[in-house]
Design a protein. Structure first.
Length: 73
């Protein structure tokens, strides 16, 4: 299952009538340090949304010095 498909399923669960009855658990948000009261689906959706919003990693200086395959340095 792709991440987009997983997000769509989680959104359906979070905003469904059945999802409203899911048990909520306290979870410590590592980004804010706050305690949140969320269902498993809400927590997973939050994680996926944050990962999607995170900037792409930048190459390190060492990676910049490594020649691409098939190219002489």
């Amino acid at each position: 299952m792709s991440i987009d498909e997983e997000r769509a399923q989680l959104r359906e669960r979070v905003y469904s009538r059945a999802g409203a009855d899911d048990p909520r658990f306290e979870r410590l948000d590592p980004e804010t340090g706050r305690t949140l009261l969320l269902t498993d689906s809400e927590w997973r959706l939050l994680e996926l949304d944050r990962r999607a919003a995170a900037p792409a990693p930048t190459p390190t200086r060492a990676a910049e010095r490594i020649p691409a395959p098939g190219r002489a340095g």
